[in-house]
Design a protein around this ligand. Structure first.
Ligand code: AP5
Length: 228
Protein backbone atom coordinates (compact mmCIF):
# COMPACT_ATOMS: atom_id res chain seq x y z
CA UNK A 1 0.00 0.00 0.00
CA UNK A 2 2.18 2.85 -1.23
CA UNK A 3 0.61 6.13 -0.25
CA UNK A 4 1.28 9.85 -0.35
CA UNK A 5 -0.36 12.36 1.98
CA UNK A 6 -1.19 15.72 0.45
CA UNK A 7 -2.75 18.76 2.05
CA UNK A 8 -2.11 22.20 3.50
CA UNK A 9 -0.03 22.78 6.64
CA UNK A 10 -1.98 21.63 9.69
CA UNK A 11 -4.46 19.47 7.77
CA UNK A 12 -3.41 16.60 10.04
CA UNK A 13 -1.03 14.66 7.74
CA UNK A 14 1.50 13.84 10.46
CA UNK A 15 -1.19 12.83 12.95
CA UNK A 16 -2.94 10.53 10.46
CA UNK A 17 0.42 9.15 9.29
CA UNK A 18 1.29 8.05 12.84
CA UNK A 19 -2.01 6.14 13.04
CA UNK A 20 -1.60 4.56 9.60
CA UNK A 21 1.91 3.48 10.54
CA UNK A 22 0.62 1.73 13.66
CA UNK A 23 -2.44 0.18 11.99
CA UNK A 24 -1.09 -0.80 8.57
CA UNK A 25 2.65 -1.20 9.12
CA UNK A 26 3.54 1.48 6.57
CA UNK A 27 6.94 3.15 6.60
CA UNK A 28 6.40 6.85 7.44
CA UNK A 29 8.70 9.19 5.52
CA UNK A 30 8.19 12.88 6.33
CA UNK A 31 10.38 15.41 4.52
CA UNK A 32 9.62 17.92 7.31
CA UNK A 33 11.08 15.46 9.87
CA UNK A 34 14.09 14.65 7.65
CA UNK A 35 14.81 18.35 7.25
CA UNK A 36 14.43 19.05 10.99
CA UNK A 37 16.86 16.16 11.73
CA UNK A 38 19.38 17.71 9.36
CA UNK A 39 18.90 21.10 11.09
CA UNK A 40 19.46 19.50 14.50
CA UNK A 41 22.77 18.07 13.27
CA UNK A 42 24.03 21.66 12.75
CA UNK A 43 25.67 20.78 9.41
CA UNK A 44 26.26 23.41 6.69
CA UNK A 45 23.30 21.91 4.83
CA UNK A 46 21.24 22.09 8.04
CA UNK A 47 22.06 25.80 8.42
CA UNK A 48 20.97 26.50 4.83
CA UNK A 49 17.75 24.50 5.28
CA UNK A 50 16.90 26.36 8.52
CA UNK A 51 16.50 29.68 6.69
CA UNK A 52 13.86 28.21 4.38
CA UNK A 53 11.96 26.19 6.99
CA UNK A 54 11.77 28.91 9.64
CA UNK A 55 10.44 31.47 7.14
CA UNK A 56 7.88 29.02 5.71
CA UNK A 57 9.51 28.84 2.27
CA UNK A 58 10.14 25.58 0.43
CA UNK A 59 13.61 24.04 0.58
CA UNK A 60 15.07 23.76 -2.97
CA UNK A 61 13.75 20.79 -4.95
CA UNK A 62 17.13 19.12 -5.50
CA UNK A 63 17.79 18.93 -1.71
CA UNK A 64 14.52 17.18 -0.82
CA UNK A 65 14.48 14.96 -3.93
CA UNK A 66 17.97 13.63 -3.03
CA UNK A 67 16.78 12.92 0.55
CA UNK A 68 13.71 11.03 -0.65
CA UNK A 69 15.62 9.04 -3.25
CA UNK A 70 18.10 7.92 -0.60
CA UNK A 71 15.35 6.98 1.86
CA UNK A 72 13.27 5.04 -0.70
CA UNK A 73 16.32 3.14 -1.94
CA UNK A 74 17.12 1.81 1.56
CA UNK A 75 15.96 -1.71 2.40
CA UNK A 76 12.71 -1.55 4.39
CA UNK A 77 12.03 -5.21 4.91
CA UNK A 78 9.53 -4.95 7.81
CA UNK A 79 7.11 -2.49 6.18
CA UNK A 80 4.08 -3.10 4.00
CA UNK A 81 4.73 -0.08 1.81
CA UNK A 82 5.74 3.52 2.20
CA UNK A 83 3.78 6.62 3.16
CA UNK A 84 5.20 9.97 2.03
CA UNK A 85 4.14 12.92 4.20
CA UNK A 86 4.90 16.42 2.91
CA UNK A 87 6.42 15.20 -0.35
CA UNK A 88 5.97 15.97 -3.20
CA UNK A 89 5.27 19.69 -2.83
CA UNK A 90 5.99 20.98 -6.34
CA UNK A 91 5.31 19.69 -9.84
CA UNK A 92 9.05 19.07 -10.32
CA UNK A 93 9.10 16.93 -7.14
CA UNK A 94 6.03 14.97 -8.32
CA UNK A 95 7.58 14.27 -11.72
CA UNK A 96 10.94 13.26 -10.25
CA UNK A 97 9.20 11.05 -7.70
CA UNK A 98 7.49 9.15 -10.50
CA UNK A 99 10.88 8.56 -12.14
CA UNK A 100 12.40 7.28 -8.86
CA UNK A 101 9.41 4.99 -8.20
CA UNK A 102 9.56 3.56 -11.72
CA UNK A 103 13.28 2.84 -11.16
CA UNK A 104 12.65 0.99 -7.88
CA UNK A 105 9.40 -0.65 -9.08
CA UNK A 106 7.26 0.76 -6.23
CA UNK A 107 4.47 2.86 -7.79
CA UNK A 108 2.02 4.93 -5.72
CA UNK A 109 -1.33 3.24 -5.00
CA UNK A 110 -3.12 6.14 -3.30
CA UNK A 111 -2.73 9.91 -3.03
CA UNK A 112 -4.72 10.89 0.06
CA UNK A 113 -5.59 14.57 -0.12
CA UNK A 114 -6.63 16.14 3.21
CA UNK A 115 -8.63 19.32 2.79
CA UNK A 116 -8.95 21.72 5.76
CA UNK A 117 -10.34 25.22 6.29
CA UNK A 118 -8.15 28.19 7.28
CA UNK A 119 -9.67 28.75 10.77
CA UNK A 120 -9.12 25.06 11.57
CA UNK A 121 -5.54 25.22 10.29
CA UNK A 122 -4.69 28.30 12.38
CA UNK A 123 -6.24 26.82 15.51
CA UNK A 124 -4.38 23.54 15.01
CA UNK A 125 -0.95 24.92 14.21
CA UNK A 126 -0.84 27.61 16.90
CA UNK A 127 -1.82 24.96 19.49
CA UNK A 128 0.45 22.18 18.21
CA UNK A 129 3.29 20.87 20.41
CA UNK A 130 5.84 18.27 19.33
CA UNK A 131 8.03 15.98 21.44
CA UNK A 132 11.73 16.82 21.13
CA UNK A 133 12.67 13.20 21.80
CA UNK A 134 10.23 10.96 19.88
CA UNK A 135 8.41 13.42 17.57
CA UNK A 136 4.90 12.63 18.92
CA UNK A 137 2.39 15.36 18.00
CA UNK A 138 -0.19 16.77 20.45
CA UNK A 139 -2.45 19.81 20.61
CA UNK A 140 -2.89 21.86 23.77
CA UNK A 141 -6.71 21.77 23.40
CA UNK A 142 -7.68 19.10 20.79
CA UNK A 143 -5.32 16.30 21.87
CA UNK A 144 -3.59 17.42 25.09
CA UNK A 145 -0.90 15.45 26.87
CA UNK A 146 -1.73 14.23 30.40
CA UNK A 147 0.85 16.58 31.93
CA UNK A 148 1.32 19.96 30.21
CA UNK A 149 4.64 20.17 28.38
CA UNK A 150 5.48 16.46 28.85
CA UNK A 151 5.14 13.76 26.17
CA UNK A 152 2.78 10.88 27.11
CA UNK A 153 4.76 8.43 24.97
CA UNK A 154 8.34 8.94 26.21
CA UNK A 155 8.32 11.69 28.86
CA UNK A 156 10.25 14.04 26.56
CA UNK A 157 9.80 17.81 26.44
CA UNK A 158 7.00 19.16 24.24
CA UNK A 159 7.95 22.27 22.23
CA UNK A 160 6.37 24.66 19.76
CA UNK A 161 7.85 24.57 16.25
CA UNK A 162 9.41 27.95 15.32
CA UNK A 163 7.42 27.94 12.04
CA UNK A 164 4.11 27.64 13.94
CA UNK A 165 3.74 31.40 14.53
CA UNK A 166 0.72 33.09 12.95
CA UNK A 167 2.86 35.12 10.51
CA UNK A 168 4.86 32.11 9.27
CA UNK A 169 1.73 29.96 9.03
CA UNK A 170 0.20 32.57 6.69
CA UNK A 171 3.31 32.44 4.48
CA UNK A 172 3.23 28.62 4.47
CA UNK A 173 -0.41 28.78 3.34
CA UNK A 174 0.51 31.21 0.57
CA UNK A 175 3.39 28.99 -0.59
CA UNK A 176 1.08 25.97 -0.42
CA UNK A 177 -1.58 27.62 -2.62
CA UNK A 178 0.96 28.74 -5.19
CA UNK A 179 3.31 25.75 -5.43
CA UNK A 180 1.71 22.66 -3.89
CA UNK A 181 -2.05 22.87 -4.54
CA UNK A 182 -1.57 22.36 -8.32
CA UNK A 183 -0.18 18.85 -7.80
CA UNK A 184 -3.57 17.67 -6.48
CA UNK A 185 -4.68 17.67 -10.12
CA UNK A 186 -1.52 15.80 -11.12
CA UNK A 187 -2.69 12.81 -9.03
CA UNK A 188 -6.34 13.21 -10.05
CA UNK A 189 -5.22 12.80 -13.65
CA UNK A 190 -3.40 9.59 -12.68
CA UNK A 191 -6.66 8.30 -11.11
CA UNK A 192 -4.97 7.94 -7.69
CA UNK A 193 -6.61 10.74 -5.73
CA UNK A 194 -8.78 10.22 -2.64
CA UNK A 195 -10.12 13.38 -1.03
CA UNK A 196 -10.64 13.39 2.76
CA UNK A 197 -11.97 16.11 5.03
CA UNK A 198 -9.10 16.99 7.34
CA UNK A 199 -11.65 18.77 9.59
CA UNK A 200 -12.91 15.36 10.78
CA UNK A 201 -11.74 13.58 13.93
CA UNK A 202 -8.57 11.54 13.27
CA UNK A 203 -10.26 8.32 14.44
CA UNK A 204 -13.03 8.83 11.83
CA UNK A 205 -10.46 9.55 9.14
CA UNK A 206 -8.66 6.35 10.04
CA UNK A 207 -11.88 4.35 9.46
CA UNK A 208 -12.41 6.01 6.07
CA UNK A 209 -8.84 5.27 5.00
CA UNK A 210 -9.10 1.69 6.28
CA UNK A 211 -12.13 1.23 4.03
CA UNK A 212 -10.28 2.66 1.04
CA UNK A 213 -7.29 0.35 1.67
CA UNK A 214 -9.35 -2.75 2.47
CA UNK A 215 -11.85 -2.43 -0.35
CA UNK A 216 -9.45 -0.95 -2.86
CA UNK A 217 -12.47 1.34 -3.24
CA UNK A 218 -11.96 4.76 -4.77
CA UNK A 219 -14.15 7.59 -3.49
CA UNK A 220 -12.88 10.14 -5.99
CA UNK A 221 -14.35 8.97 -9.26
CA UNK A 222 -13.73 12.15 -11.23
CA UNK A 223 -10.46 11.83 -13.04
CA UNK A 224 -8.74 14.77 -14.68
CA UNK A 225 -9.94 17.67 -12.51
CA UNK A 226 -10.70 18.29 -8.86
CA UNK A 227 -11.67 21.91 -9.14
CA UNK A 228 -8.63 22.93 -7.02
P1 AP5 B 1 6.23 19.91 7.30
O1 AP5 B 1 6.82 19.47 8.59
O2 AP5 B 1 5.90 18.90 6.27
O3 AP5 B 1 4.98 20.82 7.64
P2 AP5 B 1 3.57 21.01 6.89
O4 AP5 B 1 3.34 20.36 5.61
O5 AP5 B 1 3.44 22.49 6.91
O6 AP5 B 1 2.61 20.25 7.73
P3 AP5 B 1 2.51 20.28 9.24
O7 AP5 B 1 3.51 19.35 9.86
O8 AP5 B 1 2.57 21.71 9.74
O9 AP5 B 1 1.01 19.82 9.47
P4 AP5 B 1 0.32 18.39 9.40
O10 AP5 B 1 -0.64 18.41 8.26
O11 AP5 B 1 1.30 17.28 9.47
O12 AP5 B 1 -0.53 18.50 10.73
P5 AP5 B 1 -0.36 17.71 12.13
O13 AP5 B 1 -0.75 16.29 11.98
O14 AP5 B 1 0.96 18.02 12.77
O15 AP5 B 1 7.20 20.96 6.60
C1 AP5 B 1 7.81 22.02 7.31
C2 AP5 B 1 8.70 22.83 6.36
O16 AP5 B 1 9.74 21.98 5.83
C3 AP5 B 1 8.02 23.43 5.14
O17 AP5 B 1 7.39 24.66 5.43
C4 AP5 B 1 9.21 23.58 4.18
O18 AP5 B 1 9.99 24.69 4.52
C5 AP5 B 1 10.01 22.31 4.45
N1 AP5 B 1 9.63 21.18 3.58
C6 AP5 B 1 9.04 20.02 3.98
N2 AP5 B 1 8.84 19.20 2.93
C7 AP5 B 1 9.30 19.87 1.84
C8 AP5 B 1 9.34 19.55 0.45
N3 AP5 B 1 8.85 18.41 -0.03
N4 AP5 B 1 9.88 20.46 -0.39
C9 AP5 B 1 10.40 21.62 0.05
N5 AP5 B 1 10.38 21.99 1.37
C10 AP5 B 1 9.83 21.12 2.25
O19 AP5 B 1 -1.55 18.42 12.96
C11 AP5 B 1 -1.47 19.79 13.35
C12 AP5 B 1 -2.11 19.95 14.75
O20 AP5 B 1 -3.50 19.64 14.69
C13 AP5 B 1 -1.52 19.00 15.82
O21 AP5 B 1 -1.42 19.72 17.03
C14 AP5 B 1 -2.54 17.86 15.95
O22 AP5 B 1 -2.59 17.34 17.26
C15 AP5 B 1 -3.85 18.56 15.57
N6 AP5 B 1 -4.73 17.68 14.80
C16 AP5 B 1 -4.36 16.93 13.72
N7 AP5 B 1 -5.42 16.27 13.23
C17 AP5 B 1 -6.48 16.63 14.00
C18 AP5 B 1 -7.86 16.29 13.98
N8 AP5 B 1 -8.38 15.47 13.05
N9 AP5 B 1 -8.68 16.84 14.91
C19 AP5 B 1 -8.19 17.70 15.84
N10 AP5 B 1 -6.88 18.06 15.92
C20 AP5 B 1 -6.03 17.53 15.01
Amino acid sequence: MNTILLGPPGAGKGTLAAMLKDNFGLLHISTGDLLRDEMKGGTELGKTIKKYVESGELVPDQVVIAMIEKKLSEKNSGSKGYMLDGFPRTTVQAQDLDKILTKIGQPIDYALYMEASLPVILQRLTGRRVCRKCGAIVHIKNRPSKVAGVCDVCGGELYQRPDDTEETIKNRMHVYAEKTAPIVDYYAKQGKLETLSGDEETEDLLKIVAKIFNDGQRTDKIKGSTGH
